[in-house]
Design a protein around this ligand. Structure first.
Ligand code: GEK
Length: 250
């Protein structure tokens, strides 16, 4: 049976305690604090990741591929790898940040698991998806230019085998301005409860402006439908963070 991977050792995130004009980048400094940053910024992240493993058991097919697009330090890949037992499954973890992949490689060296994870430094927009039974975009699509998203979802749909699925998690936007304001306040309450100061929250928000672009849940559903997905099932939401399963009908 599989051996569970230990979470990577992580430093506490204080990156945004001082103001900077720089846009957010997935560089070495972010890599050093990444697990702490994402856990304290995305409500539900530490629940979503193990659930990806659970869902993978339902969709991954023998002799197929699993793609983790925008893998960062590989949390989703590791959750799936540790959850599945099908034969001949290749996990391909893709990210365009060299710093992220270098750290992920280090993490993999500490694990004894037989099933290998293939790391690929590439832009997920040009990455070929082939023979896939599962594709994961766990908080990655939000970093792709909105006008490019439909093409990416179409290419994922094309590369999936019938019966396969896309697991999509995103920060979302609300159409209604009042609801958007409320939900943003609640998200910031969550961040405060995790020890972030108002200054850190404001600075990170400014750094992510035009880098992380959320869309509405309705827009995501429409785009998935237009890409060809038959069933689109939201299975998790906490404030403005949502996870969906989109199934390519068998
Ligand atoms: C997790 N999925 O822990 N091509 C490749 N990678 C990209 C691109 C691109 N065009 N744009 C962004 N990335 C992970 C968390 S983090 C989410 C995903 C967050 C990569 C980027 O380098 C980063 O590693 C990842 O997508 C987004 O389950 O930080 O909010």
């Amino acid at each position: 049976m599989s051996q569970k991977s230990l979470p990577p050792k992580t430093q506490r995130d204080h990156l945004f305690s001082e103001q900077s004009q720089q846009k957010f980048q997935f560089d070495e400094a972010v890599v050093q604090v990444f697990p702490d940053m994402i856990n304290r910024s995305v409500p539900g992240y530490n629940l979503i990741v193990p659930m990806l493993g659970l869902l993978a058991r339902r969709f991954v097919q023998a002799n197929s591929r699993v793609y983790d697009l925008g893998c960062s330090l590989g949390a989703a890949s590791l959750a799936v790898r540790d959850a599945i037992s099908m034969e001949g499954v290749e996990i391909v973890a893709v990210d365009n940040s060299a710093a992220m992949l270098a750290k992920f490689e280090e993490i993999l060296k500490t694990s004894q698991q037989q099933r290998k994870i293939l790391l690929k430094q590439a832009d997920i927009e040009t990455c070929e998806i082939e023979n896939a039974s599962l594709v994961m975009l766990n908080f990655t699509l939000q970093f792709i230019a909105p006008e490019e998203r439909a093409a990416l979802l179409r290419s994922i749909f094309q590369g999936l085998k019938p019966g396969g699925a896309l697991l999509l998690s995103e920060k979302i936007q609300f159409e209604d301005i009042d609801k958007q304001r409320l939900i943003t306040d609640w998200h910031h309450d969550f961040k405060r409860s995790q020890g972030y100061s108002d200054m850190e929250i404001a600075n990170k928000r400014a750094a992510l402006e035009k880098v992380l672009i959320p869309e509405t849940l309705a827009a995501h559903k429409q785009c998935l439908k237009e890409a060809g997905f038959g069933s689109i099932i939201p299975w998790f939401q906490c404030f403005n963070f949502v996870s969906l399963v989109a199934i390519k009908e068998p």
